[in-house]
Design a protein around this ligand. Structure first.
Ligand SMILES: [Zn+2]
Length: 110
């Protein structure tokens, strides 16, 4: 399923959505996980709830990382601030692929 990566490379976050029941297919799949119909890539809301976060001191991977639940799509994102709280509303401000690894940057909403 490289359309997902292809979009990500262009800094676009798109998720497969079922053509029949409209369920989002996450992780990305060409078929709906609920009704097995085909999916098509669609832009989805990139606001979500911060579930957990932690600061990493791992060399070359320093930073603040958190798990964000965007309406059922759970994703690990990075933050430029550690002034975060569990349960707060956050928004993806940038995404892409760097050195072959996807990244998602979030910031608190408001
Ligand atoms: Zn479906």
């Amino acid at each position: 399923m490289d359309e997902f990566a292809e979009n990500l490379r262009k800094e676009k976050f798109q998720v497969p959505v079922c053509t029949v029941c409209k369920a989002k297919s996450w992780p990305p799949s060409p078929f709906c996980q609920k009704c097995l119909s085909r999916t098509v890539f669609r832009k989805v809301k990139t606001e979500g709830i911060l579930q957990e976060f932690a600061t990493s001191f791992v060399r070359d991977h320093e930073g603040v990382f958190g798990i964000v639940d965007m309406d059922g799509i759970k994703i690990i994102g990075s933050f430029a601030t550690d002034r975060l709280q569990k349960g707060m509303l956050v928004k993806m401000t940038k995404c892409g692929i760097k050195s072959g690894t996807p990244f998602y940057i979030f910031e608190p909403l408001r």
